[in-house]
Write a protein that binds this ligand. Structure first.
Ligand code: LLP
Length: 421
């Protein structure tokens, strides 16, 4: 459920007219709903009720500081995967003790910055990383809290590009080697082993892969405890999928997921962390774009938008489907027609949808890409020297621009010309 609904014949974000925002901000732009972000965070928080827990929002999904602050004010922690994300979370006011550092290639600089600024834990993904963290922590006179990310060799049954829990994926250490690596970790001077981490993939639409992975984590917890490790925290990753269309079957709810967590690892008495990103931000954001031209091709009509693949890469990159709806509510019973919906970038891959049935649209009309809040703005680029899309946050009847559209000078002046030119 989200808060982008038609009212009085036009699309609203909570109590603000999307067309009014478009008039004020220009198009394209991303638009988020505070109430939807809040609702989704609360669903996870409630799902883990009764267990000591922290919902650490995977901020890679949508990392604007206004979004981070909205969630942090509700009690969320953050899952970060780079020094930049760490700095951004801190800038948004998230204390270090609520920041978890994930990622397969943390640099020495990133490790040092996190240790100096405060960190809840590192989720370690390899033996060399373990040595680096121990060495840097020792040099700073600190002990780094860590979990080790295990790769449970479970098929998440999702798109290959976002599946992370199979042995052929680069993530984590093989679960079969876990006991040896935990023994190595425990012997290092700068390391405090506190738990286990697992994340098997993104946009999971079934609970079964989670169940398989979490059962393996539960078994490993008992083994590691028997080996003498004080395992007291389990980071169970993110990945719960969202409905991208109204018609397809809804993925499991956070409450089902919470029940599964209780069933599979609840008896261990560990503190639970989860790292959802998409489910919190995905349906809390839309991308609003304007039709530039309607072009009649040989055998089809093209709807050419001012938004492009550089603004929303998911269709080009993963063949992802996003519902695209007109901002003005179509009259009931209006006859739909097929369009190929494209952007202005000079590649055929800049296609959002083929043969998509839409009510008749004309140049100047506004459309909204639904479910664009996660992995939308954060994956945008300036390809074709197109400015990064602004971001807007709605709350009740208010809205605020939370990232301005850069002007061309700002973009162009980043280049420097060498002295020999
Ligand atoms: N934790 C870790 C360690 C992750 O790698 C990820 C996502 C998450 C949590 C959050 O997963 P979520 O709850 O958002 O599914 N760009 C792709 C998705 C990439 C996901 C990467 N890792 C997309 O647009 O579908």
């Amino acid at each position: 459920m989200d808060h982008f609904l038609y009212r009085n014949g036009e699309l609203y974000a909570e109590d603000v007219s999307v067309a009014d925002i478009a008039a004020a901000v220009g198009t394209p732009f991303y638009l988020y709903s505070t109430a939807t972000l809040t609702r989704h965070y609360q669903l996870f928080d409630d799902a883990l009720n009764g267990m000591e827990h922290m919902v650490c929002y995977a901020m890679k999904a949508a990392s604007n500081q206004a979004i981070l602050k909205t969630l942090a004010d509700l009690g969320a922690g953050m899952d970060v995967v780079s020094g930049g994300e760490y700095a951004r979370a801190k800038a948004a006011g998230v204390p270090g003790e609520r920041i978890v550092f994930s990622g397969v290639g943390k640099t020495r600089g990133e490790v040092r910055a996190a240790l100096e600024g405060g960190i809840r834990q590192f989720n370690v993904e390899s033996e060399p990383e373990l040595l680096v963290i121990s060495e840097i922590a020792s040099s700073l006179g600190k002990i780094a809290p860590i979990t080790i990310r295990v790769n449970p060799d479970v098929d998440a049954k999702t798109h290959a590009k976002i599946s992370t829990g199979k042995s052929e994926n680069k993530f984590g250490i093989p679960i079969s080697k876990a006991r040896a690596v935990y023994a190595e970790a425990a012997a290092l001077p700068g390391i405090d082993v506190i738990g286990i981490d697992v994340h098997i993939g993104s946009q999971l639409t079934e609970l079964e892969p989670y169940e398989l992975a979490y059962r393996k984590v539960a078994e490993l917890t008992e083994l590691l405890r028997a080996d003498g490790h004080n395992i007291r925290r389990l980071d169970l990753g993110g990945g719960l999928g969202i409905p991208y269309t109204r018609s397809n079957e809804a993925p499991p709810l956070p409450s089902d997921y919470g029940a599964l967590i209780k069933r599979s690892v609840g008896h261990l008495g560990c503190e639970i962390e989860i790292e959802p990103g998409r489910l919190i931000a995905g349906n809390a954001g839309i991308l609003v774009s304007r039709v530039i031209y309607v072009k009649q091709g040989e055998d089809r009509q093209f709807l050419i938008l001012d938004g492009a693949m550089n603004d929303l890469i998911r269709p080009a990159m993963y063949d992802a489907h996003h519902d695209i709806v007109p901002v003005l509510e179509p009259d009931a019973g209006v006859e739909q027609q097929p369009y190929d919906i494209v952007g202005p970038v000079c590649e055929s891959g800049d296609t959002f949808a083929k043969n998509r049935m839409m009510p008749p649209l004309a140049a100047g009309d506004l459309v909204a890409f639904r479910s664009a809040g996660a992995y939308g703005a954060v994956m945008a680029s300036e390809y074709n020297t197109r400015p990064l899309v602004p971001e807007v946050l709605a709350k009740g009847d208010q809205f605020a621009v939370i990232r301005q559209r850069p002007d061309f000078d700002e973009i162009i002046n980043r280049d420097t010309i060498p002295p020999w030119l």
